[in-house]
Structure formats: structure tokens, C-alpha cells
Design a protein around this ligand. Structure first.
Ligand code: DHB
Ligand code: FE
Length: 338
């Protein structure tokens, strides 16, 4: 598998803090302001032992290969699409603490340090933030009546750093992040419908962001798993496949599940799928599933990796002048789904 993406720009939190390497707005020669554009969405997992496997270079070991090889397509797609910023929907596992746990929290920092209690995985470099994009999203969410917590100081755990390391394995992250935390760990949790709407609100906000940038949307977690209790080790392949199919083609169908039903079907931690709902909700127009990999188990978890291409509205035609190519060899390519 490839570990480097040639020609990418690497940002780190320290550069962001000093304002180096910033993404500035651009306007076309005719003077009109180009809006931001969502290129697509990626859903994947954050199991902490992946961080150890990366540190120990075990990507090709028989246990790990079926999972890591699911990223070969992701690396090629990202190298071609080159997003400038990524909105990451994830669930925090301990940095917020249970006594003050926001249902939805949006990062507005210029830098996100990694802290992770107890998993024994290497501490990651800080990720660069994009405060201007964050505040645009926060304003839009509040205008849409989402009572979010806004965080000018925010630590991120394995649910953010593992997926970044999987998507950009070269050691640096060539874009800025906006982390959006969703509570999937302490009941009551938000509904699937609310999480889908959260993503739709963010999708509309990005489409109205007057900067000529390409934005990737990522949803992190699951799929089915349960870490403790009588059903520890529980996974449900059939239900996972149904969730992935419906997420692609008819995400509104998924809102029929209550949280207790979802826990029953996907396991106590399978509710991390809540993070995938806004990823899909943010995508617009004809959404195409470009790639899907599904593997059981990674540690206790059924791990999926999916790439969706977002539809393009006419005013947001590809700026390179080259229509996006779809790669075919190792992925399940499907017709447009929604
Ligand atoms: C595992 C899965 C998780 O979602 C997590 O946060 C920690 C551990 C696991 O499968 O080991
Ligand atoms: Fe988790």
C-alpha cells in the first residue's frame, strides 16, 4: 500500500497557530466569489489497535491486510481530489468527561492536540484547524436551531487521529480539520434523524461558504460492536450491510430505528454509526458510492470503509476542467444512488 501522497501540502497545528500555510479565499478572474464545494464523504472506523498496527508497520500482516487494503482506493481518490479542509463527525471517548458531555460540539480552534487515555497508542501530532470555516458552520448551525457547544479549545482522541492516519498515512495531514463531536457514549443519545439533519445543515453551510475550497466530509466509528457486558464481542454483519446500503441510497429510511433498537441490532458501541448519518446528510445531489470495504473483526469491531462522491450542482462544475474519473479495479462501483 502507498504511504506517501506525492505533491500534497502538509499542515500541522503549529503552522496553523502561526498562521502559516493558510487557505485564503480566491475569486475568479471575472470577479465572482467561488463558494466552497463538498467533494464527497468517507466513512471509516477508529479502533485504537489500528494505531498500534500502524506504529508497528503491520499493514501487510494477514490479520490486518484485509482492513488496510481497503484504503488503497481511498489514498488514490484523496490524492486526486486534494481536499483543502475536512469536517470530521466523531464521538469522543473521554476528553469531554461524562459530567459535561455535549450532544453536539463543534471545534473552532486553530490547532487540535491529541489526548487519549489508556489505549497505549502513540500520541499523534496536533491537527491544524480552520477557525474561519468552523465559525461559519457554527453560525449556520445555530441559525438552523442546533444548540451546539462551540469549542475554541478542544482535544481530539483516537476517533479523530486514527482515521486521519488511515487516510493520510505519510505522517502529516495535508489539510485543515473541523471536528464535530456527537455524543454516542452517554445516554440519552441524539436520534439518527437529528444526526442526519445536523449533516444537512452543515452541507448547506459549506455550500454558502465564500471561499474557493474543496471540503471532505468524514463520519467515524463502528460499525457493529460491543466492548463490554453480556454481549461483549457482538457484531451483526447483516444489519451492518443493511445500514451501508440504506445510507448510500435512502438514508431517510434509517431514521426509523430508535436508539434502543439500534443498540439491540448493532451493539452498545455500534451506535457510533450516528457519526455516519451527518456525513451522508451533508452530501448533495446525486450521491455515488465509489468504494466499500467491510471486514470482521478488527479487535472487537466490524470495520467498514466507504467512499461517497457528492453530486455537483451546476454552478459548482469541476474547476480543473477535467471531469472526475472513477477508478474501477478494486472497488464496488455502483450507479448513482440518490
Ligand atoms: C474498540 C472499538 C472502539 O470503538 C473503541 O472506541 C475502542 C476499542 C475495539 O474494538 O477494541
Ligand atoms: Fe469507539
Amino acid at each position: 500500500m502507498s504511504h506517501d501522497i506525492p505533491g500534497t501540502r502538509l499542515f500541522d497545528g503549529d503552522q496553523a497557530q502561526k498562521g502559516v500555510g493558510g487557505i485564503s479565499g480566491r475569486s475568479s478572474q471575472r470577479g465572482e466569489v467561488r463558494m466552497a464545494r463538498i467533494i464527497g464523504g468517507i466513512g471509516t472506523t477508529h479502533v485504537p489497535s489500528i494505531g498500534k498496527a500502524i506504529a508497528e508497520k503491520k499493514q501487510n500482516d494477514p490479520y490486518w491486510k484485509p482492513f488496510f487494503s481497503g484504503f488503497d482506493y481511498v489514498h488514490r481518490w484523496l490524492a486526486r481530489e486534494r481536499p483543502d479542509a475536512v469536517v470530521v463527525f466523531y464521538n469522543d471517548h473521554g476528553n469531554f468527561f461524562r459530567d459535561k458531555l455535549p450532544t453536539f460540539a463543534v471545534g473552532a480552534a486553530s490547532k487540535y492536540r491529541n489526548e487519549d487515555g489508556g489505549w497505549g497508542i502513540p500520541v499523534s501530532r496536533a491537527a491544524a484547524g480552520d477557525p474561519a470555516l468552523s465559525w461559519h458552520l457554527i453560525n449556520a448551525l445555530v441559525a438552523d436551531e442546533f444548540d451546539i457547544t462551540m469549542c475554541q479549545d478542544m482535544l481530539v482522541d483516537h476517533a479523530v487521529t486514527i482515521p486521519l492516519a488511515l487516510m493520510w498515512p505519510g505522517g502529516g495531514w495535508p489539510l485543515r480539520i473541523v471536528p464535530v463531536e456527537i455524543n454516542t457514549v452517554q445516554h440519552p443519545l441524539p436520534s439518527l434523524a437529528r444526526c442526519l439533519e445536523l449533516g444537512r445543515s452543515i452541507g448547506r453551510a459549506i455550500a454558502s461558504y465564500p471561499e474557493d475550497i474543496k471540503v471532505l466530509i468524514v463520519g467515524i466509528g463502528g460499525l457493529s460492536h460491543q466492548l463490554d457486558g453480556a454481549r461483549a464481542g457482538f457484531v451483526n454483519k447483516e444489519f451492518d450491510q443493511l445500514c451501508l446500503d440504506q445510507l448510500a441510497s435512502e438514508p431517510d429510511e434509517l431514521i426509523r430505528y430508535s436508539i434502543p433498537q439500534f443498540v439491540e441490532l448493532a451493539g452498545a458501541q455500534g451506535v457510533e454509526f450516528l457519526n455516519w448519518m451527518p456525513m451522508r446528510g451533508a452530501l448533495t445531489g446525486k450521491v455515488t458510492q465509489l468504494h466499500r470495504n467491510y471486514h470482521i473483526p478488527i479487535s472487537n469491531t466490524a470495520a467498514a470503509t466507504v467512499v461517497f462522491e457528492s453530486g455537483r450542482s451546476p454552478r459548482c462544475a469541476p474547476r480543473s476542467g477535467v471531469a472526475a474519473r472513477k477508478e474501477r479495479p478494486d472497488e464496488r462501483s455502483e450507479p448513482s444512488l440518490a
